[in-house]
Design a protein around this ligand. Structure first.
Ligand code: GAL
Length: 393
């Protein structure tokens, strides 16, 4: 999608802000009839070191509304209609910046430079060994997770509103300096979020580097189609367009094998309730504490294709995930507890209270020569796109 020049965008945003479609709560009052698309910008808060954090409320012409902040490109709230047209916030997040600074479930965040785990926090590239910060130790085995101690989720990004036709969005960009979190190369990253009239949230990632470096950008939104803090996601029905997955060791690092899912609790090639087989006597489920694994998508073409579908029958909410990426991490909130606060006063989150479908390359690819490469070289452009398509059934 083409980007609009900043001046033009701001004009359209100013016009949109006076349509009256968006209230202070970021809600669209004419949901069932659709909305005038708009982007409204307002302060969200400040980081602990005093940086101002801006919130963008994107109201899509199809009625989906999302609040997004420039701190980590986080989606704070996401309102989608159920089958009666009633809207609910279906994502986990925090009302204040401090929540994001205190807790680490990566709610709604952009993840980089490397989404997922790198074994022992080290890799060798072109004969040079690099060391990354260790910030995770499942099963007592140290690794570097989601970009290290300070990943892209913990930066205030540059940002500006976008609009084209009846789609609205926000563009984020930042430069990660050479050596950031141990990674080589100065990396310039741009991520655009678009909300289309068809209720598609499209994410476009782009990056360039001045030295060869691994890169694996993703988005870590948690979904609960019954609503934030409305119980577990075990009743959601999941489909994964993947005949194979990458088994892990107890540190959640791939063993290097790629195995068929047929006949196992990892077979989501037809829709299955997430909770149906999660207690099965299965070593992989024990290592993950449930589902926390990487599936190799059937589509390896690099072109946009279906990766996953999710359905919740009491609300009728349905979503398809499409991506250009070769793999997807399905994480069903095994590390969540009621110690992580809800956005709603008086409500609590819970164990398995949300799930993430993170499109990406497989974990530890820099140490796995048989996996598709995650190395970006100078002169090449990293490009990736993912769409979350919202609807009802
Ligand atoms: C997921 C990962 C989980 C957990 C989670 C954050 O992407 O697969 O193991 O680390 O992020 O809590």
């Amino acid at each position: 999608m083409k980007r609009v020049m900043r001046g033009a965008v701001l004009a359209s945003v100013a016009a949109a802000a006076v349509t009256g479609c968006v209230t202070d709560k970021g809600a669209c009052e004419t949901m069932s009839k659709g909305c005038e698309p708009s982007v409204v910008v307002k302060p969200f808060g400040k980081t602990k070191d005093g940086q101002l954090v801006q919130q963008y409320t994107l109201t899509g012409a199809g009625g989906v509304v999302m609040d997004v902040i420039d701190y980590g490109g986080k989606v704070v709230r996401l309102f989608t209609p159920d089958r009666t047209g009633a809207k609910t916030d279906i994502t986990l997040g925090f009302n204040e910046v401090a929540g994001y600074e205190t807790h680490d479930p990566y709610f709604g965040s952009l993840i980089g430079r490397y989404g997922n785990r790198i074994a022992k926090g080290t890799f060798t590239l072109d004969g040079v060994t690099y060391r990354l910060p260790i910030n995770n130790e499942p099963g007592g085995l140290p690794c570097s997770l989601h970009g290290g101690k300070r990943g892209f989720d913990a930066y205030v990004w540059h940002s500006e509103p976008l609009s084209e036709g009846r789609s609205v969005g926000v563009k984020f960009w930042m430069t990660s300096p050479d050596g950031d979190q141990g990674y080589p190369g100065k990396l310039d990253v741009t991520v655009c979020y678009w909300l289309t009239p068809e209720n598609v949230w499209r994410i476009e990632y782009e990056a360039v580097t001045d030295k060869a470096t691994p890169i694996n950008l993703t988005q870590h939104l948690y979904f609960n189609f019954k609503g934030e803090a409305e119980g577990t996601i075990l009743d959601h029905e999941l489909t994964l367009f993947a005949d194979r997955m990458t088994p892990v060791d107890k540190g959640l690092i791939p063993t290097g094998e790629v195995v068929p899912v047929k006949g196992t609790p990892f077979d989501f090639t037809t829709p299955w309730p997430i909770g149906a087989r999660i207690q099965a006597d299965n070593e992989q489920l024990r290592f993950g504490g449930g589902y926390d694994h990487n599936w190799v998508l059937n589509n390896q073409s690099g072109k946009l294709a279906p990766a996953a579908a999710l359905y919740e029958k009491s609300t009728g909410r349905f979503m398809e995930v499409w991506t250009t990426e070769p793999a997807i991490q399905f994480y069903c909130g095994n590390f969540l507890t009621d110690q992580v606060p809800s956005k709603k006063p008086g409500k609590k989150l819970c164990y398995r209270g949300g799930l993430a479908l993170e499109t990406q390359h497989s974990p530890d690819s820099p140490n796995q020569p048989a996996f598709p490469s995650t190395i970006l070289r100078p002169g090449a452009v990293y490009k990736s796109a993912t769409e979350y398509r919202f609807g009802v059934k």
